[in-house]
Design a protein around this ligand. Structure first.
Ligand SMILES: [Zn+2]
Length: 189
């Protein structure tokens, strides 16, 4: 077998059935409702773990990208919902930074990020991070969030990232619980 030197990451085919790319989102609840719906559909359709994310242009309320967890289908431990949304947004704006063009963008995620995704959030250049379910909600069903500390969040805030937590938490937590009860694999518990 020759050495592998390239990979492709892709969202599931159903994304366009769920996402209205033209919609202008008015507030945090509307934006988070999309992230949570993506997490719910990912579980219902069996296309990955119970996590969804979306990145928006803060000023216009327009959607830039979405992501769902693709760890198991893509055989990729880094294919978390947040990372998928970040990578696709950066591809969309053709930059490794989601703020280099002076436009403020924000990441909505159905669950507080793991250690990798909190780092990914920092490097992405988004200026707001909005979370639904808590890290403890994820831990309660067996997921390991890794080394995430209060000081990790302080670091983000000190670099100018606004952090908002527990928007639509109950709705997002219900998806986590449904995933567990449906027998979903806890791949890094
Ligand atoms: Zn993650």
């Amino acid at each position: 077998m020759s050495a592998v030197q390239q990979l492709t990451l892709h969202l599931p085919a159903w994304i366009d059935e769920v996402v209205d790319w033209q919609k202008v989102y008015q507030n945090d609840e509307e934006k988070m409702a999309l992230a949570v719906e993506l997490s719910r559909q990912n579980v219902l359709r069996g296309s990955g773990g119970p996590f969804g994310s979306a990145i928006f242009d803060c000023a216009s309320g327009k959607l830039v990208s979405v992501g769902v967890n693709r760890v198991m289908p893509l055989h990729n431990s880094t294919a978390h919902g947040e990372m998928m949304a970040i990578m696709l947004a950066e591809q969309s704006v053709q930059s490794f930074s989601l703020s280099a063009d002076g436009v403020k963008r924000e990441l909505f995620t159905s669950c507080e990020p793991c250690a990798m995704c909190l780092g990914g959030t920092l490097w992405s250049g988004v200026k707001r991070l909005v979370c639904a379910a808590t890290a403890d909600d994820a831990r309660a069903i067996g997921f390991d969030e890794g080394p995430v500390y209060d000081t990790s969040y302080d670091y983000l805030k000190n670099t100018g990232v606004e952090v908002v937590r527990q928007v639509l938490r109950d709705e997002a937590k219900a998806v986590l619980d449904a995933y567990l009860h449906s027998g979903g694999t806890i791949y890094n518990g």
